[in-house]
Write a protein that binds this ligand. Structure first.
Ligand SMILES: Cc1cc2nc3c(=O)[nH]c(=O)nc-3n(C[C@H](O)[C@H](O)[C@H](O)COP(=O)(O)O)c2cc1C
Length: 334
């Protein structure tokens, strides 16, 4: 049984990655239904939280059925991170996660996210202060290191464990790599080989199929896997991986009616939670993935991303269902 503090996560948990502008409550709802064992909010700026910025505050919205759920924070100032951890604790998530991996300039060049990989003593000090500031378990998500020459995650992992973090997730890329090339999990395997490590270590990066999940689980000995991009428009990935682990075979891909049902659930929650305009607009990026590999889908996609009111989008989804009903039996491959 993998545990973070007292949170029981099963034998081999599958985590939904924190993703800005993606892992909001509507998306998390479909991933929870899809089988995610632990989810995180999008990252939240510590400075924004302290200033009471609306966008940051809204990201604190969590729901009972989402548990276990972690709130992820980022920032470059220790005092702000401590303050924001206290604010996040009041919302009562299951854990607080610290982002030491974000590579984008606006974050890393302001001393936050992956920038801390260039200053491990500060990373350790910041983490220790946060651990002391909250009654909740604190976890960390980071990368292999800043660049090819400074892949210091094995050392950092042990130091972070020593000051009290309760789980670690590592994305198998450096900051300099951003999202390019392929993720290298060998250092994640090295962390697991360190006999001093006792907290759960989760691997992350490029897992997009049940076969790959099994191969990486077996090769690198991680305690669980975090999935990001492969879940966008395909929240079935969690159930697919679980089924493959338990039976050794791939389950049937979701039918069209299942895809329409889940896309509609996602859409309706988006509209409810964000309002018509933003809800409909932000849902547009998901349709391609929900309906991937469906023949001649492009005209429907174009209409879906052009429609600007809920009734129209719902009507197009209904049409998709009618048009492709007979394809259900064909078992589309995702
Ligand atoms: C659109 C997008 C937004 C992301 N936002 C965050 C974030 O807020 N916090 C974080 O720790 N990582 C963030 N990431 C990184 C992911 O959590 C994950 O580490 C990365 O996508 C690699 O995993 P994957 O190959 O399974 O997608 C983001 C990634 C993407 C694609």
């Amino acid at each position: 049984m993998v545990k973070i503090g007292n949170i029981e996560l099963g034998e081999f948990p599958l985590l939904l990655a924190p993703m800005e502008d993606v892992s909001d409550p509507p998306f998390r709802a479909v991933c929870k239904e899809g089988g995610a064992d632990l989810m995180y909010t999008e990252f939240i700026s510590s400075e924004g939280l302290i200033r009471d910025a609306v966008k940051s505050r809204q990201k604190l919205d969590i729901f009972e059925y989402e548990r276990p759920i972690g709130i992820q924070l980022f920032g470059g100032e220790i005092s702000s991170m401590v303050e924001s951890a206290k604010i996040a604790t009041q919302v009562n998530p299951d854990l607080i996660d610290i982002n030491y991996g974000c590579p984008v300039k606006a974050v890393a060049c302001r001393g936050a996210g992956a920038a801390l990989l260039q200053d491990i003593p500060k990373m350790v000090k910041m983490t220790e202060a946060i651990v002391k500031a909250t009654r909740l378990p604190v976890t960390v998500k980071t990368r292999l290191g800043w660049d090819e020459k400074t892949k210091n995650v094995v050392e950092a992992a042990e130091r972070l464990q020593d000051i009290g973090i309760q789980a670690l997730t590592v994305h198998g890329r450096t900051r300099v790599q951003m999202y390019k090339g392929s993720a290298d999990w060998s250092l994640i395997g090295r962390i697991k080989e360190n006999p001093r490590m006792r907290i759960p270590v989760f691997g992350n990066g490029d897992i997009d199929s049940p076969e790959k999940a099994l191969e990486y689980r077996n090769t690198y000995g991680v305690d669980g896997i975090m999935v990001g991009r492969a879940a966008i428009g395909y929240p079935w990935i969690f159930g697919d991986i679980k089924e493959y682990f338990s039976s050794g075979t791939r389950r049937e891909p979701p039918t069209i009616s299942e895809r329409v049902r889940v896309a509609r659930k996602h859409l309706e929650f988006s509209v409810r939670w964000k309002g018509d305009r933003t809800g409909i607009f932000e849902m547009r990026r998901h349709y391609t993935n929900y309906f991937r590999a469906i023949p001649d889908f492009k005209p429907f996609r174009t209409r879906l991303v052009e429609a600007d009111n809920l009734a129209d989008v719902e009507a197009i989804l209904e049409e998709v269902l009618e048009t492709y009903r007979e394809y259900d039996a064909l078992k589309l491959t995702a």
